[in-house]
Design a protein around this ligand. Structure first.
Ligand SMILES: C[S@@+](CC[C@H](N)C(=O)[O-])C[C@H]1O[C@@H](n2cnc3c(N)ncnc32)[C@H](O)[C@@H]1O
Length: 255
């Protein structure tokens, strides 16, 4: 089941990388169909000037919030983006950590990695890197080496959220932080009702807030704070379930 879902995630996001656009845009109700990926991205909290400053092909309109607004990145820090797509948050983060810091994107979809690397070349970024990896199995980074981890609309796609959070905990330095934008729901779908298509569209893999936080706690995270919470889709569009976009921050224990 989980391997089949992963295969379909790679197919879906591989196609989005190649076409440069997605039909799973942000908040219906605010975001009209036909909105460009840039319009969709502004609606979820990004700044127009910031978006103008990065390679335009990195903006796919597939996020659900703006985790960097809360990551408080500083010059010299090492930041990792889980499920970095075409690189939008990596290019924005690269400026914040500047030349002495580094922004590292992790993704498992080859076409996304190729697109992100091409964008990095186009933008002449010297402090970014994109690595291939499955974030819930093995993030290709050493233990205790990262200051901050961000992610935008990716953890809901994983089939074992606790495993993904354990991997984040492992790579973070003591006292390091994680800021995640993601989708949650008021009622999780029953196993037998899961549609792989809806999972890949970031819906059927969504957990309740309580279970999501529990997965973070099981991985060892502390000081868990919900920073933003807003309704994302109308109930009838997702089988009566309410889908909410969340920005959540947590820390690894300091020594
Ligand atoms: C909804 S898109 C978000 C992309 C990017 N964060 C953005 O906001 O534009 C999800 C991305 O996560 C990647 N992804 C999904 N599950 C993953 C996993 N288990 N490990 C690594 N990457 C994953 C997909 O390949 C895709 O690029």
């Amino acid at each position: 089941m989980s391997e089949q879902i992963k295969k379909e995630i790679k197919q879906r996001y591989g196609k989005i990388a190649l076409s440069g656009n997605s039909d799973c845009c942000c908040m219906p109700g605010e975001c009209k169909s036909g909105d460009s990926p840039i319009d969709a991205t502004k609606l979820i909290g990004y700044d127009q000037k910031d978006l103008e400053s990065i390679p335009q092909e990195s903006i796919l309109g597939v996020g659900c919030g703006a985790p960097l607004n809360h990551a408080d990145l500083k010059e010299g820090e090492i930041v990792v983006d889980l499920g970095s797509g075409a690189g939008i948050d990596i290019f924005l983060a690269a400026k914040k950590v500047s030349g002495s810091g580094k922004a590292i994107g992790i993704d498992m979809t080859d076409q996304m990695l190729e697109k992100a690397r091409a964008n990095a070349l186009k933008g002449n970024y010297s402090n970014v890197e994109f690595k291939k990896g499955d974030i819930e199995k093995n993030i290709p980074l050493d233990n205790n080496t990262v200051d901050a981890v961000i992610s935008n609309c990716v953890i809901n796609l994983t089939t074992n959220k606790t495993s993904a959070f354990r991997e984040v905990y492992r790579i973070l330095k003591h006292g390091g932080r994680m800021v995640i934008s993601d989708l949650i729901t008021d009622a999780e779908i029953l196993q037998e009702q899961i549609s792989s298509d809806q999972w890949c569209a970031c819906i059927d893999g969504a957990m309740t807030k309580e279970n999501y936080i529990l997965c973070m706690e099981q991985a060892g995270f502390e000081r868990i704070q919900v920073l933003e919470e807003r309704t994302y889709m109308e109930g009838e569009k997702v089988g009566g379930r309410k889908i909410v976009s969340l920005v959540i921050k947590a820390e690894k224990r300091s020594i």
